[in-house]
Design a protein around this ligand. Structure first.
Ligand SMILES: C[S@@+](CC[C@H](N)C(=O)[O-])C[C@H]1O[C@@H](n2cnc3c(N)ncnc32)[C@H](O)[C@@H]1O
Length: 310
C-alpha cells in the first residue's frame, strides 16, 4: 500500500480553472499522463481484483492506464497514487469507485450473443416437466448482464418458448451487474440502431419501438415489464436475494477471474437453482468444474447443467 495519503487531486472546480487558464497551450488537462509504473500497476491490480474479482493482466496495462487516466482528468487528479488515495482513503471514495468500475470493466455484449445457449434455454422450457410448470413461476437470472441485451434476449426466448406450452405460468428475468451505469442503460432498454445490426427487420419491428425523441429503439414494454435490474457484485453473492431460480445464465463474466474464485461463485450459484433448474455458462467460463448438485448436459456447443432432483 502507498504509505501516506496526499492530495494531488484538484477536484472538478479546480480542473475547470486550470483548463481555462492553460487553454490553447497544451495545458494540464491535455497533458499526457505519465505511464503507470510497476508499483502503481500492482496497487491498482490488487485493488481491482479485491473489489471485483477481475485480474488485470499485464497485457491490459495500457487499457487500464487509459481508463483510469481519463477519469483522473475528469476529476482533476494528476497522479495515479493520488487518485488511488481518493478512492481508498476518502469518505467520497465509494461514489468515485462506482464511477471508475464502470470504466475499467469490459461491458461488451449484444443481443442473442450466444444463439446455441439461447436455443438450449428454449428447448429446456419447451420440455419443462409438469412439476416445474406447477410451481406457477419461472425466474431467470442473467448474471453480469452489462447493458441488458442478454437479459432481454432471455426474456424474449422465454416468452416465445412459453407461448408454445399450454400454460399460464408467470415469468421474470433479473439482470445483475456491478456497473451502475450499465444497469441504468439496461433499465431504459433503449438502444441505438448499431446495437440492433445483428437482428432482422421483422424481429426489430416486433420487439422494439422507435423513440423519435431519443433517436433510439426501445424494447417493447411487454418485455421490459418482465425484467428487473439490480446491482450485485458476484463477490458478495451472500447479499443477493436471488433464490429458487429456474434458469441461471452466466456468460463472459468469470473469464476474467481466478479459477478458485470462479469455482466459489459457481458453487454459490448452483445452490440458487431449484431442483430441475438450468445453469448455462459461456463455453470458456470454466473448465473442469462440477458440483454434486448438478448434472452436466450433453452438448458440444454449450456448457450447461441441470440441478438434480432434491
Ligand atoms: C463482457 S460483459 C458480459 C455481458 C453479458 N453477460 C454477455 O455475455 O454478453 C461482463 C460484465 O460483467 C460485469 N462484472 C464484472 N465484474 C463483476 C462483478 N464482480 N460482479 C458483477 N458483475 C461484474 C461487468 O460490469 C460487465 O458488464
Amino acid at each position: 500500500m502507498w504509505a501516506k495519503a496526499h492530495s494531488g487531486c484538484r477536484g472538478p472546480m479546480a480542473k475547470k480553472q486550470v483548463t481555462e487558464s492553460e487553454s490553447g497551450d497544451g495545458g494540464w488537462t491535455l497533458k499526457r499522463l505519465p505511464p503507470m509504473d510497476e508499483k502503481e500497476f500492482l496497487h491498482w491490480q490488487e485493488l481491482i481484483e479485491q473489489r471485483t474479482g477481475i485480474t488485470v493482466s499485464r497485457e491490459r496495462l495500457t487499457h487500464l492506464q487509459t481508463s483510469i487516466g481519463l477519469r483522473m482528468r475528469e476529476v482533476g487528479c494528476e497522479s495515479y497514487e493520488a487518485y488511488y488515495r481518493q478512492i481508498v482513503g476518502n469518505p467520497g471514495g465509494i461514489a468515485e469507485w462506482a464511477i471508475l468500475v464502470d470504466r475499467i470493466t469490459v461491458q461488451e455484449t449484444r443481443f442473442f450473443r450466444d444463439p446455441d445457449a439461447l436455443e438450449l434455454v428454449s428447448n429446456f422450457i419447451r420440455t419443462l416437466p409438469q412439476e416445474m410448470l406447477a410451481r406457477g413461476t419461472l425466474e431467470a437470472w442473467s448474471v453480469g448482464c452489462s447493458t441488458g441485451e442478454e437479459t432481454y434476449s432471455l426474456a424474449i426466448v422465454i416468452r416465445e418458448a412459453l407461448a408454445q406450452r399450454d400454460t399460464r405460468i408467470f415469468y421474470g428475468v433479473t439482470g445483475t451487474d456491478i456497473s451502475k451505469a450499465a444497469l441504468n442503460m439496461a433499465r431504459k432498454g433503449l438502444y441505438p440502431e448499431r446495437k440492433l445490426r445483428t437482428l432482422d427487420k421483422a424481429f426489430i419491428e416486433h420487439y422494439f419501438e422507435y423513440q423519435e425523441r431519443e433517436g433510439a429503439y426501445q424494447i417493447l414494454v411487454d418485455i421490459r415489464e418482465r425484467t428487473c435490474f439490480a446491482r450485485v457484485n458476484v463477490l458478495n453473492l451472500g447479499d443477493a436475494p436471488m433464490h429458487g431460480m429456474s434458469i441461471i445464465f452466466c456468460q463472459n463474466l468469470l473469464i476474467y477471474f481466478r479459477k478458485w474464485r470462479r469455482k466459489e461463485i459457481l458453487d454459490n450459484l448452483a445452490e440458487r437453482l431449484v431442483p430441475g433448474g438450468l445453469m448455462v455458462l459461456g463455453m470458456g467460463e470454466m473448465t473442469g468444474w462440477n458440483n454434486p448438485l448438478l448434472e452436466r448436459l450433453p452438448s458440444e456447443r454449450c456448457l450447461a447443467f441441470v440441478r438434480r432432483p432434491a
